[in-house]
Design a protein around this ligand. Structure first.
Ligand code: CP
Ligand code: NVA
Length: 320
């Protein structure tokens, strides 16, 4: 594909897809997951290659994309800043021109969103955001699929997207890439995010990239944010790239630990999610993350199923 090809789609932010495309993707993820669980071979991406570029560490993103691509019959090239010319100041535009002539899809984990946008602008193939300072759309894709599995899927795997409508998601912690992406999802899919962050770490609606600020409400007290919530979710106090602020953040976030008392404010059947990696005793207590309301292991596994559906969609369009 040539750069600027109007048929080519990137996935750089959650809002790059529409609500009805999400309905399609969740449906496909459910089918793809069922096939995987039944050991059915499904290789629609035979002979296709995924390049994965990591400028930050990863466990889940790497394993889910790499295993997912192999399972779909394709292959993977793994690049990091340290072992490629990216770390030696080759312009991102040149890297995009070169890499995208040799592979079919690119996944990038990097720092500023502008970096992945510059790469995408010069890429001949679809580019997927595997996390930037501002957004983590693949994670929210998995989180929403996990919620739907729990609350909006029948025994045959049929999806009810309406199960998201009017729901309350409590975000407790940093106004970071995950929080921004939850806000985009709320605006598109019709739920509300109750956000509680320490002062100085608030959400910025402009950075979050939302138009309608009614999709979230701000609470000073994290317990208030959790009241009546259908889902409580949090993330590390210090995201990758912000390590120099670690000590200041530890002090500022001390009251933003999701513990049993905080979970008790939410609905009795509320779910707990965390994108992982987690720090027990910091942003979440061990009894919550390892307790009965936690769905964190499904969340992690679902990264692979939803990303397989996403790659299939970006490369092959709608199936059937
Ligand atoms: N949640 C997530 O993206 O995990 P990794 O940093 O391990 O990829
Ligand atoms: N907000 C975290 C998510 C890690 C998956 C970070 O950016 O480091």
């Amino acid at each position: 594909m040539k750069p600027g090809n109007s048929l080519m789609r990137h996935y750089l932010q959650f809002k790059d897809l529409r609500a009805e495309e999400y309905a399609y993707l969740f449906d496909r993820a459910s089918i793809i997951k069922r096939r995987f669980k039944n050991y059915e071979k499904y290789q629609p991406l035979a002979d296709r290659t995924l390049a994965m570029i990591f400028e930050k560490a990863s466990t889940r993103t790497r394993v889910s994309f790499e295993a997912g691509m192999y399972q779909m019959g394709g292959s993977v090239v793994h690049l990091t800043t340290g072992d490629s010319q990216l770390g030696r100041a080759e312009p991102i535009e040149d890297s995009a021109r070169v890499i995208s002539r040799m592979v079919d899809v690119v996944m990038i984990r990097t720092f500023e969103q502008t970096k992945i946008e510059r790469f995408a602008a010069h890429s001949r193939v679809p580019v997927i955001n595997g996390l930037t300072n501002e957004y983590h759309p693949c994670q929210i894709l998995a989180d929403l699929f996990t919620f739907i599995e729990q609350r909006g899927m029948d025994r045959r795997g049929a999806i009810d997207m309406d199960c998201l409508k009017g729901r309350v998601v409590a975000w407790v912690g940093d106004g970071n890439n995950m929080a921004n992406t939850w806000l985009q999802a709320a605006e598109i899919l019709g739920f509300t995010v109750h956000v509680s962050t320490p002062s100085g770490y608030e959400i910025d609606a402009k950075v979050a990239g939302i138009q309608d600020t009614r999709c979230y409400k701000v609470f000073k007290d994290p317990k208030e944010a959790c009241r009546g919530a259908d889902l409580v979710t949090t993330d590390v106090w210090t995201s990758m790239g912000y390590e120099a602020e670690n000590e200041a953040r530890r002090a500022a976030f001390a009251n933003w630990c999701v513990d049993a008392e905080m979970m008790a404010q939410a609905k009795p059947d509320a779910l707990f999610m965390h994108c992982l990696p987690a720090h027990r005793g910091e942003e979440v207590s061990a009894d919550v993350i390892d307790g009965p309301q936690s769905v964190v292991w499904d969340e992690a596994e679902n990264r692979m199923h939803v990303q397989k559906a996403l790659m299939e969609y970006l490369l092959l369009g709608r199936i059937g």
